[in-house]
Write a protein that binds this ligand. Sequence first.
Ligand code: ATR
Length: 289
Amino acid sequence: MIDGRTQLVGLIGWPVEHSLSPAMHNAAFAALDLNWRYLPLPVRPRATAEVQAAVHGLLALGFRGANVTVPHKQAVMKHLDEISNTARAIGAVNTIVVQEGRLCGYNTDGDGFVAALREAHFEPAGRQALVVGAGGAARAVVHGLLSSKAEKVTVLNRTLERAQVLVSEMGGHSGRLRALLLTPETLVEAASSPEIGLLVNTTTVGMWPQVDGSIWPESKTLPASLTVFDLVYNPLETHLLQEASISGARAVDGLGMLVMQGALAFVKWTGVQAPLDVMRAACERELRR
Ligand code: ATR
């Protein structure tokens, strides 16, 4: 029951109607009998004044915090009192926590990715990885991999310049990060190196409704030694992950990262360990609807 003591968090973004986060967090609150609610908080794109009003509105309305999603992950930053080193390095905030009247910004995407990777029994320390894409999601993944001591990360992108910018901004790690133009040939060649253990798709290729898309060329077999992580979770089994399974590679879907980044935000707001199984089941239920 919502009453005068209900604690509020929410999701600032646009659009937010199809987000899985409200169902995921509200299921977690209910399972733990916490008097908290998670609300969609739509804030229009390109509305600079509204982003500022929304962030300050969290304080004014007594919210305990919020998640932030596209397109406001960068825009909220200048309205916060504090920003964690991780969020600064990634260049985006996905979680705001109100701490003693101050707005503190965090980014749980990179750590959420690594937690999901470890849950799938892949330890990135000392391993080499290919990251396809160079947008916001790629920045979080690269940060997660480098901070968990991956030996080398290659960022492949259709627009080489964007990968180069990412590398120059995030590559203060003594040559552990490099950029490569994404073509079917460069991807297959890079993935064929026996040193590569992990392939991550951070692009939208394969996402509903273009479910037949894949970054991996149809005519080639994926190396069976790879772990293939697709950040896409709609559909859960993308074309890329089907190809991975067929070739004997380990396939990891994007829901694990969504749940883990949510769980890390959940614990920051509530101080309580998040019920991962409940959260994943709530997401799967929403996806089936
Ligand atoms: P996000 O913040 O979710 O990462 P983004 O910043 O829009 O989203 O980045 C999308 C990424 O997917 C980019 O790396 C984009 O490549 P470009 O930088 O060349 O645009 C990549 N991407 C999108 N559609 C693609 C496609 N059809 N083929 C290859 N890469 C694609």
